[in-house]
Design a protein around this ligand. Structure first.
Ligand code: CP3
Length: 340
């Protein structure tokens, strides 16, 4: 029914720009926190299709956003390749085992062998697609190979990601073998997500901005390009956070939508990416702590900057967990009211 997101992604005319929020599932909704409190942990939620489906639909009911994003995590991919993760409450992800040396890469599974193990994600997508019944499109996702590699080396978040970046310098060959294995797995994984009902897929390169321009080309874009070329069934969004230096190259990828963070203005983003792609972003998530009038004005200004066509309204990164829910609603409602 509501296909605004897909039309905007393909560059077709829309009555108003679609709006959704990165990390809208989980994090901010009291319904999510209540459900999460009854469970053993994050992984139970991710691995139980009925629960993942419920949490995916919560923001559609509560916020009226124009898209659902499947409740899962980018870290399910390293897990099926052989490095299991734990989600530590209040801290974030932790990998008990990490890649220490080049030879560790050889033992990892990849491609179909790894992707078939993510059956719980495909089931969650199938169930959600059925439950949504066409209300809004369903977004599938994965991490970009470089961002996944960074977690496999570091074992957690990091201020400098120096273990991961050191590996690129000291083990360039093993790095490329690893990145190719993640790429092969991701292509299989996204194709299966699409078969299960994903209407669009987004690639999150959350740690794009810690690489220099040349390294970014060699160790990240080269692999994202392969994914974009392999996914022909649905529109693809590439979000390379903080990689303003690579926006021109990202604009040349075989994708439909380019995600923009708040370090870039709409004007710069459009001039670097070019006219053929839809842009998505880029309100500073912190702006949602402001008073409602400030949120409304900033949203209007942002939409005026990007223009109402070839544009998807979003934040410049995921919504922060303690954002007041009514402020999120002010943001979404401001966009919903733009319908001509
Ligand atoms: O967008 C959505 O709402 C869909 C679900 C989603 C989650 N993670 C659920 C989640 C998505 C798209 C992700 C992507 C993800 N996961 C990224 C890329 C996007 C980004 O934010 O840059 C990254 C880097 C991760 C890794 C990750 N997972 C971290 C660093 C953390 C801890 C901090 C946090 O909350 O983000 C997670 C845990 C996580 N993933 C939670 C949720 C709802 C919180 C877990 C809880 O309820 O305890």
């Amino acid at each position: 029914m509501n296909d605004l997101l897909l039309r905007a992604a393909r560059g077709e005319q829309v009555e108003r720009p679609p709006v959704w929020l990165m990390r809208q599932a989980g994090r901010i909704l009291p319904q999510y926190k209540a459900l999460r409190g009854k469970l053993s942990g994050f992984k139970e939620l991710v691995e139980t299709p009925e629960l993942a489906c419920e949490v995916t639909i919560q923001p559609i009911d509560e916020l009226n956003v124009d898209a659902a994003i499947i409740f899962s995590d980018i870290l399910v991919v390293p897990e099926v390749m052989g490095l299991t993760y734990e989600m530590i409450p209040g801290k974030g992800p932790m990998f008990p085992m990490t890649i220490q040396e080049g030879s560790d890469v050889e033992n990892l599974l990849s491609g179909e062998e790894a992707a078939v193990q993510l059956d719980y994600v495909y089931k969650a997508l199938q169930l959600t697609k059925k439950e949504l019944n066409g209300r809004v499109p369903l977004i599938g996702f994965s991490g970009a190979p470089w961002t996944i590699m960074a977690y496999m080396l570091e074992g957690s978040g990091s201020k400098t990601f120096s273990k991961a970046r050191r590996f690129l310098y000291r083990q360039p060959v093993a790095s490329k073998v690893l990145l190719q294995k993640i790429t092969d797995t991701t292509i299989e994984y996204l194709k299966r997500q699409i078969k299960a009902g994903a209407d669009l897929v987004q690639i999150f390169d959350s740690w794009a901005g810690i690489l220099g321009p040349e390294q970014y080309e060699t160790f990240s874009l080269y692999y994202i390009r392969q994914i974009c070329e392999a996914i022909t069934e649905v529109p693809v969004t590439v979000f390379a956070k903080n990689a303003w230096f690579a926006l021109e190259s990202v604009g040349k990828l075989d994708c439909n939508v380019v995600g923009i963070d708040w370090n870039t203005t709409p004007e710069i983003a459009r001039s670097k990416v070019g006219s053929s792609k839809t842009l998505q972003g880029n309100l500073d998530p912190c702006l949602l702590y402001s008073e409602p009038d400030v949120i409304r004005a900033a949203t209007q200004e942002m939409v005026a900057g990007f223009g109402q066509q070839q544009y998807i309204v979003n934040l410049g990164h995921g919504v922060y967990p303690d954002t007041p829910l009514d402020h999120v609603k002010v943001f979404v409602n401001e966009v919903l009211s733009m319908e001509r």
